[in-house]
Design a protein around this ligand. Structure first.
Ligand code: ADP
Ligand code: MG
Length: 479
């Protein structure tokens, strides 16, 4: 771990194993943090906040963020390879993640000097203003699907705001952020400003959520754990931001560019092995192109090259863990009883090791089926037919989630009407998944609340202080 500027073991001496999902071999052993370690990290973060970071000039905080970005770019190859070995994802995708992580640090390095308040025209002889201040110590808990990138999304805005951080990576994928932590002091981060603690959810995560000196919890993960975190944060009335799951609709009207649409459906669902919170796993297709669409999507899905992520021609790697592979395989069984299979549907037989599943397409799926309502977090697409625009919107919104959605059409009026009707925090037109650090990220409904990225991301770490300066020297004279 990385606590108070130094490598650290767990106080209990406990450890857990970290795997390569393509070989099923242990590639690292990490400390299993418990409440005592969280306490130590929070103490360090608290001291670092009050003894300096809070009042460190924004320019200086920004420069440190730029240098972190430079370190990621300088170590891109090494970090991407480690990310692939630990998460299973194709190396080409890991390289994109490293670039995005560096860009995120650069964006917030620039934003650090653009956090400012407002002067308010109050009706008195006074100057009133609202100023922004960092909240203090932030606890951050992230998932395993984009390990270093999710760490960047969390750490960068918190540091730009002037907060100090305790970040807990997912127990499956702690390696890249620990690798980057080797450079924290070299880029000028004072000890204790960013602490990385490793461990599982109930042991380390819950202790972080419960700690009285942590002012804010930022979480990305499952809706189930999101609920636990919100309850845990209630005792000390901590601020919470939650980016939870989704079951995002990807809507294809018959006037969409057909070839591009089929590609877009596959990309929307299968990128990163489908281990994506915004995966477009409900594919809604208009009836007049439905059969042709199912056939074309199935034909293309069967050509997706599975393999170890380090092979440059691999398009889909193994899932992150045996647990996740078994979970997804469970849904393949459920789906076989609820709908028809157009492609995949099982665990591929050509690999002697690795937690692979076949890219799978179910069709004739009813929107009330479990495979249409529950987040699977694997390469599983459910195709659902619809008749017209109203039908598409009704089905699209018939879910507890509201993270993302996409609509494909050449009709600009229809596109905008659908955009306006979708209950989702992110909506794409004629694409699905591209997102950039400048734009807000987060969901409606059970997909959580709060927004990451852009200026929204930094707001999550700021308090607002009202200041009133009386300019009237006359006695108040009330009593
Ligand atoms: P998954 O089940 O797919 O691993 P989770 O939502 O359980 O997704 O995990 C996301 C992150 O939340 C991980 O870092 C995990 O350790 C953490 N986590 C899991 N359970 C809890 C909990 N009860 N309290 C705090 N963090 C938790
Ligand atoms: Mg879990």
């Amino acid at each position: 771990m990385h606590i108070d500027g130094k490598a650290a073991k767990a106080a209990s001496g406990g450890t857990f194993d970290v795997y390569d999902p393509s070989t099923e071999q242990v590639i690292a052993t990490c400390p299993a943090a418990g409440a005592a370690d969280i306490d130590r990290a929070v103490l360090a973060a608290k001291r670092a906040f009050y003894e300096g970071w809070k009042t460190t000039a924004a320019q200086e905080r920004g420069r440190i963020l730029f240098r972190l970005a430079d370190r990621i770019r300088a170590r891109r190859g090494e970090l991407a390879e480690l990310e692939t070995r630990n998460s299973g994802k194709p190396i080409v995708e890991a390289e994109y993640d490293m670039d995005d992580a560096a860009t995120c640090f650069e964006y917030y390095g620039g934003l650090a000097t653009k956090i400012n308040g407002e002067v308010l025209p109050v009706p008195a002889d006074a100057i009133a203003f609202a100023m922004k201040e960092p909240m203090g110590v932030a606890g951050q808990i992230i998932p395993w699907n984009f390990p270093l990138l999710m760490a960047a999304w969390k750490i960068a805005p918190a540091l730009a705001a002037g907060c100090t951080v305790i970040l807990k990576p997912a127990e499956q994928t702690p390696l890249t952020i620990l690798k980057l932590a080797e450079d924290f002091e070299a880029v000028g981060l004072p000890a204790g400003v960013v602490n990385i603690v490793t461990g599982d959810g109930p042991g380390a995560g819950a202790a972080l959520v419960a700690h009285r000196d942590v002012r804010k919890i930022a979480f990305t993960g499952s809706a189930e754990v999101g609920r636990l975190i919100m309850r845990g944060a209630a005792d000390h009335l901590k601020r919470v931001s939650l980016e939870l799951g989704g079951k995002s609709p990807n809507i294809f009207f018959s006037d969409a560019d057909f070839e591009n649409a089929v590609d877009g459906a596959l990309f929307g669902t299968f990128i990163n092995q489908g281990e994506v919170c915004s995966a477009g796993s409900r594919v809604l297709v208009q009836k007049d192109i439905y059969k042709k669409f199912v056939d074309a999507a199935a034909a293309k899905a069967k050509t997706i090259k599975l393999g170890p992520g380090l092979d440059r021609d691999t398009k889909m790697g193994p899932l992150v863990s045996k647990e996740q592979r078994d979970r997804v395989a469970g849904y393949l069984k459920i789906g076989a009883g609820e709908a028809k299979v157009a492609a995949g549907g099982g665990v591929p037989r050509q690999f002697s090791t690795g937690w692979y599943v076949e890219p799978t397409i179910f069709y004739d799926v009813d929107n009330s089926a479990r495979i249409a309502q529950e987040e699977i977090f694997g390469p599983v697409m459910s195709i659902i037919p619809f008749t017209d625009e109203a039908d598409a919107i009704r089905i699209a919104n018939a879910t507890e989630y509201g993270l993302a959605a996409a609509v494909w059409t050449r009709d600009i009026f229809k596109a905008f009407r659908v955009v306006r009707s979708l209950e989702a925090g992110i909506v794409w037109v004629n694409h699905m998944q591209p997102t950039f650090v400048e734009a807000p990220w987060g969901g409606y409904k059970s997909s959580g609340f709060g927004r990451e990225l852009g200026h929204w991301g930094v707001e999550e770490y700021l308090e607002t202080k009202q200041v009133y300066i009386n300019l009237d020297e006359k006695p108040i004279g009330w009593y």
